[in-house]
Design a protein around this ligand. Structure first.
Ligand code: PRT
Ligand code: ZN
Length: 286
């Protein structure tokens, strides 16, 4: 497996670190990360893991020091908007570290639009691009941390920052106005690279991501309810229908590729399903 060495760059600590590590180990890569070490070699496959600051990942991938990298789409787009020489592409969305890049202003501010305002952000390139696209004239100041405090020390009218739970905005008496972009962790590679080298590894990543929301559902029902019950199974393609020993009784087994909520299970029951089992799925290989 992986004849040629694959180097993958991940964040060394921070919000992407734990999930990035989990994705690699769930994809069958065995490794033991030692803190503050730049490089970790997998013990079972031909993979090296580079642990760096997230800001350095796009250029390491662009320069082919790493074949693959895991970064937030927000950071990638900010760097792409500011550096035309960066040559990287997104391969897949990874489904974790979801957040939004939002404009926000103090709750008691009476301003109605971004026009002629001062906006503080760690994402000046994306903000300027957004202002240009929407023909808004405003000043952008780059602030690297504690952006949410800038309206209160009088240096900005608005901020543009990442929001996930909304607790930081709330704690600082700010309210979100518009969303510039939605973001999540993405897997990146260089634009001009032979991707057959890491095709199998990317397929494993896809298998882990697909399995995350998937459930294997098993239930029993009467013959007359089969059609209705199959239509209620979320994201299932072609369920398996097996006759039971008892006459007119069938078991339905299905891989549901969308979340199965309690509400769905209750609806299945109301439509004649019994013994409804919902099982986790670890990996899917399509
Ligand atoms: O040290 P290094 O440079 O590697 O890390 P970093 O400090 O630059 O980044 P880090 O670890 O803070 O974030 C890495 C990535 O996580 C970001 O680029 C995003 O893609 C993603 N992410 C997801 C977030 C958030 N959610 C998030 N909520 N990054 C930052 N925040 C901050 C936000 O800036 C604000 O201060 O959390 C606060 C808001 O959170 P809520 O929950 O209060 O709304
Ligand atoms: Zn960073």
């Amino acid at each position: 497996m992986f004849n040629k060495k694959i180097t993958i760059a991940i964040q060394s600590k921070g919000r992407l670190y734990e999930e990035s590590k989990k994705l690699l180990s769930n994809s069958g890569i065995s490794f033991r990360i030692i803190e503050n070490r730049l490089l970790t070699r997998a013990s079972n496959v031909n993979v090296d893991i580079l642990q760096v600051r997230d800001d350095d990942i796009p250029s390491l991938v662009s320069n082919k020091v790493a074949d693959l990298g895991i970064v937030g789409k927000n950071l990638l787009d900010e760097q792409l908007a500011g550096d035309k020489s960066l040559s990287v592409k997104e391969i897949i969305n990874l489904g974790f570290s979801k957040c939004k890049l939002c404009f926000a202003k103090p709750k008691d501010s009476t301003t109605e639009s971004l026009n002629n305002k001062i906006i503080a952000s760690s994402y000046p390139n994306l903000v300027n691009q957004y202002l240009k696209q929407n023909k808004i004239k405003a000043d952008v100041i780059k602030i690297n941390g504690s952006v949410e405090l800038t309206p209160y020390i009088g240096i900005a009218d608005y901020i543009c920052d990442l929001v996930s739970s909304g607790a930081t905005l709330e704690a600082n008496n700010l309210e979100a106005t518009e969303t510039l972009m939605e973001s999540e962790a993405v897997l990146i590679s260089s634009n001009d690279v032979d991707d057959t080298n890491f095709f199998d590894l990317v397929n494993r990543f896809k298998g882990v991501i697909n399995a995350k929301d998937s459930k294997y559902v098993m239930l029993n029902c009467d013959e007359s309810n089969i059609k209705k019950i199959c239509s209620l199974l979320p994201g299932s393609e072609s369920p398996t229908i097996i006759p039971l020993e008892q006459k007119n009784k069938f078991a339905i087994h299905a891989l549901c590729k969308e979340p199965v909520f309690w509400e769905t299970m209750e609806e299945l029951k109301e439509n004649g399903a019994s013994s409804v089992l919902v099982l986790p799925v670890e990996k899917i290989l399509n």
